[in-house]
Design a protein around this ligand. Sequence first.
Ligand code: HSE
Length: 436
Amino acid sequence: MGSLKIGVCGLGTVGSGVVNIFNAHHGLIQQRCDADLQLVHIGARRDNPNCDTSSYRVSRDVFDVVRDPDVDVVVELMGGTTVARDLVTQAIEAGKHVVTANKALIAEYGNELVALAERAQVALRFEAAVAGGIPIIKVLRESLAANVVSGVAGIINGTGNFILTEMANAGRSFDDVLAEAQALGYAEADPTFDIDGTDAAHKLVILASLAFGIPLDADAAVTEGIDKVTPEDLEFANELGFCVKHLGIARRNGNAIDLRVHPTLIPAHRQIARVDGVLNAVMVEADAVGEIVLTGPGAGSLPTASSVCGDLTDLGRVLTHSKVDPTPTLGVPCDQLKRLPLVPRDAVKGVWYLRMVVEDRPGVMAEITGVLSERGISIESLIQRPPAAGSSHVTVVILTDAVVCGQLDSAIIDMESLPALMGSVVRLRVESFKEA
Ligand code: HSE
């Protein structure tokens, strides 16, 4: 039986999960990969009381793991893109295989790291970087290899979905739920990226690279966070028969790619609308298979560690039987990736939810609907709430028909210049998806 020795760098939420899985399932992993897969060295600045590391060598300097001649595979679980980038680069240059859960690192520096790994003929795997415990990377890279993928869409941030679900279903406040997501180990060390959509955008560009054979481009997605969603919008969405989810959407549009991350109203009967809490879901539309939806925990210690250990088991099986891992990291060798143009934000067509506060007087509704009709925008539904006691203002919610984003921008500028409109118009996208 061949052997493969593993060094883990980082002992936070995911690192401790990997140690716990090795402690519990070492025999099972060995059996599954028909190799002697051993965790031999852990690099971490401090111990983690959530896991027992007494059977392993532990170093305080993570680079000791890279320098350890015994280590064949370096597992980078520290997060961030500065030290992590140096560590992964040095590991590859030292001829070691790398497994990482670091979506920011792959999205931002993946092109250079994949090229480096290909030249060094070492494996670079990152199943845990997208959608936590859902094995979507392997599915796109290998299982759907015989398909032309037309679109990938999903809920790909567990923290964001947990927050929106608890706000909608339990009426809890944003800050209260975020604090719980942090305590449960779902959120990033700095949760800004969970909230402003950056984390989901990183994951989306990784999915898009695998789905469409394009290079990684961390800044390619039009990105909006969940911070703009209010309890009021969740209530109106519910009244209109929708749920609000934070979606990442990657679609082939002719020869261009449409990449977007934003809060989205989804019809409440759609399967993805019922994916709640920390669960993630990824829908793939492809020519041979049709539509598939994978659902599972998108964050958390053991689910994310499960994906890391899946990569390690794969490498154990492959690398103890062959000198190199023949699976291209991004589905095709990196010199075969082809850059495609991005659909400009203004050109994206879609249905919109608009919420605004207006003066409660005769003719105001005609002024608002007049602006929309002048711009050729039809109205699908309209709700007007009666004014609160003593108030001279009412809230109006409009669902538009499909309209090009640039056209809606102009209509909103016109509406916001109406004297009857108070403040700005809140807008959220609506996605119905094709019926499966
Ligand atoms: N903070 C991330 C999330 C962790 O909530 O989805 C998993 O990538």
